[in-house]
Design a binder for this molecule. Sequence first.
Ligand SMILES: Nc1ncnc2c1ncn2[C@@H]1O[C@H](COP(=O)(O)OP(=O)(O)OP(=O)(O)O)[C@@H](O)[C@H]1O
Ligand SMILES: [Mg+2]
Length: 314
Amino acid sequence: MKEFDVLVVGELNVDVILDNIQGFPEIGKEIIADELTITLGSSSAIFASNLSSLGNKVAFAGKIGNDSFAKLVKESLQNKKVDTTHVISSPQYSTGVTMVMNYDMDRANVTFPGAMEHMTVEEVTDAILNKAKHLHVSSIFLQTSLKKDVVQLFKRAKDLGLTTSMDPQWDPSENWDLQLQDLLPHIDVFLPNATEFIHITKSMDVNSGIEKIKSFCNTIVVKDGENGAHLWENNEFKTAPAFLNEEVADCIGAGDSFDAGFISEYIKGKAYEHCMEVGNITGAINTTASGGTAAFENFETIKSIAKKRFSYQF
Ligand SMILES: Nc1ncnc2c1ncn2[C@@H]1O[C@H](COP(=O)(O)OP(=O)(O)OP(=O)(O)O)[C@@H](O)[C@H]1O
Ligand SMILES: [Mg+2]
């Protein structure tokens, strides 16, 4: 028996969100924002929290500083019953921060990666991997030290008998350099969104991207917003429609919540069609409340939103 269903290796940061800002920032001037929210940010944390709320045993491995933001990060994960034993607090670095300036539905973000850039694959030891059935890595481009040896991490996980998945997320440098041919054979489920997939495969569209990698990849799930998601599995390409939400609060974290729903079923050995359906419903549930975790308080509330808003029975 393993201690955890899923080990999440990912970035951790705090979001400092300014709302109702009176104008736009300008060099040499000062303006006022009427609202401030300081909360746990990061895609990987949204994934881990929501996967835990769906009823799975989740552990997190990541790097933060030894500052007050670090305390907020750890406590927020623990409130969602995510194990933080392997979240490393390093006094050398500051906890990552994203400054979010909200203007209606648009926002300007500035991220200071801090500690997350200094996590290495050596810090994710075999002993840690051995505690979990499944390894999920997210936001690889933000974790520059981890990225260098990420092939080795996935290979080790597979050798130890874990199943594996990755959501690459956006590359702020826009170089999109992942060694796909070395990496994808060790990733059971690869979960980018459509734009990321096109960039990563350096292709014109999703179909030509699949053509390029199909000789060495395993299962590919491409998230496509209101169009739902596409599955490449066993030499077949299928699309699973979204549970369309006409009254979207916002889409922050929809992709991470899709991942949580999909992986929650995948690790139970469920059929891919079912994993896709649950991914799409958890993605849709995410869009009913602002931010990535508000709609995922616990499994009861998740089930109730699914039923009320989308007539979906878990
Ligand atoms: N308007 C919507 N109504 C219902 N479901 C939606 C809507 N928008 C997105 N989704 C669901 O959320 C999933 C993920 O959305 P998206 O393709 O935007 O992922 P993403 O870009 O990775 O998101 P993130 O910003 O969290 O990284 C979709 O596959 C779909 O199931
Ligand atoms: Mg995403």
